[in-house]
Write a protein that binds this ligand. Structure first.
Ligand SMILES: NC(=O)c1ccc[n+]([C@@H]2O[C@H](COP(=O)([O-])OP(=O)(O)OC[C@H]3O[C@@H](n4cnc5c(N)ncnc54)[C@H](O)[C@@H]3O)[C@@H](O)[C@H]2O)c1
Length: 333
């Protein structure tokens, strides 16, 4: 177990205008690390730079760009190296957004927005900075996944897809760095519930789930860990070169549950999460199309005279569902 000093190193933190990213930037700055704090929100990133202040001069600098814009990310990698006059040692791909939508209702534009930030943004950040990390001789990639990169829940398919993707991509990168003997450590971070702004800025594009206000209240109630505590755990994990960093007691419980139950975790997740995610729905019956019936099983045998009635009902329901889906407004968010 080798501890690492951050003094004089250069760290790049995305999503540094709020929550976990801001807390990471401030913690690293206190340790004498130079920090490029990046965010899409200019005022948020200015706030982080101001908070880091305290006579630190140019030690913490703000950069504004969209992590889902590949060219912008690569341009900024060059700019950051030239501004600080040294290659980056650490990239923390932390920027992220939330989306609540069922697979049935999800709009492609919402799905693509989420994947752009939460998945592609992580890949762009990793690949834009990898040459600098190697050049530094002491590099570290830290990609932020989630407990939703270990288990799935209802209405979170896009988030799950991105976070499982981040985990797979990051774990593969770690094996490659080892195999190629390159001086780059790699960690994947799986936070549990952290009390940040993510619920407030999430898109809720579902007629069956909670509304924004209920979702934010619920999120506040179930989150156990502050951003400051999360940053301290992540930084301890980086210093210990951990491949997987679990953040918060709930992350440890979920990790254990997934490993002991295997795929049967889905039953527990359904029992715990369905009432939370669907329970508060005020307009589920009115706003959502009727559910599409399951296709008849091929094992069901030859149709009998009686079996025509259910099939007719199923065909009618399917038509109603299609009509309902057509009548659904462009966006339900
Ligand atoms: N808060 C939690 O409970 C929790 C749990 C698991 C994982 N996470 C992950 O932790 C990370 C940080 O989230 P947080 O909870 O601190 O959220 P947050 O909303 O407080 O902060 C996210 C930051 O990312 C920035 N951002 C959003 N889109 C961006 C873009 N396109 N380009 C650049 N910056 C962008 C936002 O402006 C914001 O400052 C995310 O990847 C999130 O998925 C959070």
């Amino acid at each position: 177990m080798k501890l690492k000093s951050f003094q004089g190193k250069l760290a790049v933190v995305t999503g540094a205008g709020s929550g976990i990213g801001r807390a990471l930037a401030l913690n690293l700055a206190r340790r004498g690390c130079k920090v490029a704090a990046c965010d899409i929100e200019p005022e948020a990133v200015e706030g982080t730079v101001a908070l880091a202040g305290g006579g630190r001069g140019d030690q913490v600098r703000g950069y504004v760009f969209d992590v889902s814009d590949r060219e912008a990310f690569f341009r900024h990698a060059e700019m950051i190296k030239s501004d600080f006059g040294q290659p980056a040692n650490l990239i923390i791909n932390n920027a992220g957004v939330g989306l609540g939508a069922s697979v049935r209702e999800m709009r492609w534009e919402d799905f693509e927005w989420l994947m752009g930030v939460n998945f592609w943004g992580v890949c762009y950040g990793t690949q834009a900075f990898l040459p600098q990390l190697i050049e530094s001789g002491d590099g570290h990639v830290v990609n932020v996944s989630s407990i939703y990169g270990m288990i799935s829940g209802p209405l979170t398919s896009a988030y799950n897809a991105a976070k499982f993707g981040v985990r797979g991509y990051t774990e593969s990168l770690r094996i490659e760095m080892r195999a190629e003997g390159l001086p780059v450590e790699v960690s994947c971070v799986h936070p549990g519930g952290i009390r940040t702004n993510i619920a407030k800025s999430s898109r809720l594009a579902t007629s069956r789930g909670p509304d924004q206000a209920d979702f934010s209240k619920w999120f506040e109630r179930i989150t156990l860990t502050t951003p400051g505590k999360a940053a301290a755990i992540i930084i301890a994990g980086i210093r210990r070169k951990r491949p997987r960093i679990l953040v918060g007691p709930d992350a440890h419980v979920i990790d254990l549950m997934q490993r002991t139950l295997g795929i049967r975790y889905q039953w527990v997740a359904g029992v715990l999460l369905n009432p939370l995610m669907y329970g508060k729905s005020k307009n589920a019956a009115a706003a959502s199309p009727p559910s599409v019936p399951a296709a008849p099983s091929p094992a069901a045998g030859k149709p009998t005279a009686n079996s025509k009635a259910p099939r007719k009902r199923a065909a009618k329901a399917a038509k109603r569902a299609a009509d309902g889906a057509r009548a659904e407004p462009e966006g339900v968010a």
